[in-house]
Design a protein around this ligand. Structure first.
Ligand code: HEC
Length: 152
């Protein structure tokens, strides 16, 4: 009796340990490649990524702050989704699930990596939501107040 209880406990502990080690491994995606200053001033490539996001109106489904709407939160998704899987998803869509395909859209073909890096910046909490400006724009307005504070 005693023996089976301790065996059950040992099993529970080892199962927990497996779960704990498995999570960071799957979330271990390389960081996005971008330069950002003051939260909303970015390098030209990342600016093109944001413009592509706006032009395609991805926010219709993923929310204006990528927080999720009918589509999932990309702030969360980009923490675990690989760059290759991101590309496949954009390229082919997931038509049966409501994600359109952008494989035939020239702007997306040209800028998908910039779009990926923009969304990585959002996901990493380094790029502010909303309007972005070139790094060199001295008179850029500040990003929305408190954007970099964790939401309670
Ligand atoms: C008409 C609504 C709609 C639009 C517009 C849309 N999406 Fe989606 N998207 C979805 C839905 C719904 C899913 C979830 C599909 C699923 O369940 O696998 C999704 C999934 C995704 C995923 C995969 C997320 C994950 O965790 O696997 C990415 C990345 C993504 N969308 C990016 C974009 C980008 C970038 C744009 C703009 C170029 C865009 N989407 C436009 C509805 C949309």
């Amino acid at each position: 009796m005693r023996k089976s209880i301790s065996a059950a406990i040992a099993f529970a502990i080892s199962a927990t340990a497996i779960m704990l080690t498995a999570v960071p491994a799957s979330a271990d995606q390389p960081p996005g490649v971008f330069t950002v200053k003051d939260g909303n001033k970015v390098d030209d490539k990342t600016l093109e990524g944001w413009k592509t996001w706006r032009a395609m109106a991805c926010e219709r489904c993923h929310g204006p702050e990528q927080e999720g709407l009918v589509g999932p939160s990309l702030v969360n998704s980009l923490k675990t989704l690989s760059k290759a899987d991101f590309h496949t998803t954009i390229q082919n869509g997931r038509p049966e699930k409501g994600m359109p395909n952008f494989g035939g859209v020239a702007l997306v073909q040209k800028n998908w990596e910039n779009l990926y890096n923009y969304l990585k910046g959002r996901s990493e909490g380094k790029i502010a939501p909303g309007h972005l400006y070139p790094l060199t724009q001295a008179d850029a307005p500040p990003p929305p107040a408190g954007w970099d504070k964790p939401k309670s």
